[in-house]
Design a protein around this ligand. Structure first.
Ligand code: UD1
Ligand code: UDP
Length: 357
């Protein structure tokens, strides 16, 4: 089968690491990079570290509003799909690149597969929520990470065929955690002691684009009582500068550029806790056995909260401090995300898939 996969930003490069190589064992894949993330540390490093095949097509569409990005991607994708004539288009997650890939496929009347289908925050203020819902309802194949995701799609009567395969990001973090432990020297480089520091990431528009919310985030970080390391997403770096908050954040946390996957994973594994508004990082923290404090009031990864490893605090500093004081949950962590075999299961489903004309 001919498959065209559309990816474009950091978490999608990581997700593709679980799927592309496996697909290519039996199928013919064309990999399209929209260019949504384009800095080397947001893109190239993941291809190199994780062995993602080099993109066959690069659209070079990055920056601008969600509408402008999606529109430019759509018009660039139309001729690419016409040329590659895939039997199936594959997209991941919930970003502008996901929606553009999905809509381009639907408009070209090509079957669509969605990896990480059915996730919901039920917060339509997040651009990702719209992207997910629309993509799911255009998809013929819905690859779900969790049972909750399957139920969400059933509730919405999504017509595609649902497959509970597990989570592809889990495949990558489980496979690469030991490699990161072996190869990364990030703790020594940053002068950090295992279990004595907190790792922070934040990039959601709802937290960083509104100056009053951004200041609340900075105030929360100022109140933390351990070493804090904060790899800055480019959106966040820009917003901190625009809001004149650079001095305060530098006093509150050790800032770094966005990190490569191995260094980030090693930091997350050894941290006392992570504080984050990232979807992927919430999952990784769980898989690595690191407590997570989520800087949002909703999550798609509800199982991590139910299992006691994740607490939602939004930007409430008191709630964050008390979440950090909680004892680490005892006992085995349930296998919530498919045990590292999601990529394999996706390939197996595709092996027996007959594209509908
Ligand atoms: C996007 C996704 C978000 C995902 C995140 C992963 C959407 C709507 N949002 O958010 O769901 O969680 O990626 O990190 O698709 N920039 C650079 N260099 C880069 C990339 C971005 O400088 O390599 C800057 C640009 O100023 C750009 C801004 O960051 O305008 C925001 O990038 P964009 O891709 O629009 O959104 P993200 O916040 O990265
Ligand atoms: N990540 C990374 N370097 C960093 C921050 C995050 O490699 O400096 C990885 C992290 O391990 C996770 C993924 O990026 O796998 C999460 O992506 P992001 O937070 O950008 O997006 P989201 O998951 O929120 O969509």
């Amino acid at each position: 089968m001919r498959i065209t996969s559309v990816i474009g930003n950091r978490p999608q490069f990581i997700k593709a690491a679980a799927v592309s190589r496996r697909l290519r064992e039996r199928h013919d894949e064309t990999l399209v990079h929209t260019g949504q993330h384009y800095d080397d540390e947001m893109s190239k490093v993941f291809f190199e570290e994780l062995g993602v095949p080099a993109p066959d097509v690069e659209l070079g569409v990055g920056s601008g509003t969600n509408t402008a990005q999606t529109a430019r991607m759509l018009s660039e994708l139309e001729p690419v799909l016409a040329e590659s004539r895939p039997d199936l288009v594959l997209v991941y997650g919930d970003t502008n690149s996901t929606l553009a890939g999905a809509l381009a496929a639907a408009q070209a009347q090509m079957p669509l597969a969605h990896v990480e289908a059915g996730m919901r925050s039920f917060d339509r203020a997040m651009p990702e929520e719209t992207n997910r819902v629309l993509t799911d309802h255009m998809s013929s194949l819905l690859f779900c990470s969790t049972e909750t995701a399957v139920r969400n799609l059933e509730t919405e009567s999504a017509v595609g065929v649902k497959h509970l395969v597990g989570d592809v990001m889990a495949d990558v973090s489980l496979a690469f955690a030991p490699i990161a432990a072996d190869r990364s020297g990030v703790l020594e480089d940053l002068g950090l002691t295992p279990d004595e520091y907190l790792l922070v990431t934040a990039h959601r528009p709802g937290n960083v684009d509104v100056p009053a919310r951004l200041e609340q985030l900075v105030t929360l970080l100022e109140r933390l009582e351990r070493d804090v390391v904060f790899p800055l997403h480019p959106r966040t770096a820009k917003r901190l500068d625009d809001a004149g908050l650079r001095g305060r954040i530098e006093a509150a946390a050790a800032l770094t550029a966005p990190l490569g996957y191995l260094d980030f994973l090693e930091l997350a594994r050894n941290a006392r806790a992570v504080l984050t508004d990232s979807g992927g990082v919430q999952k990784e923290a769980y898989l690595l056995g690191t407590p997570c404090v989520t800087l949002r009031d909703t999550t798609e990864w509800v199982e991590t909260v139910e299992a006691g490893w994740n607490v939602l605090v939004d930007l409430d500093a008191d709630a964050a401090l008390s979440a950090l004081e909680r004892p680490v949950p005892k006992g085995e962590r349930p296998d919530l995300y498919g045990g590292g075999r999601a990529g394999e299961r996706i390939r197996d489903v595709l092996d027996s898939y007959t594209p509908q004309p």
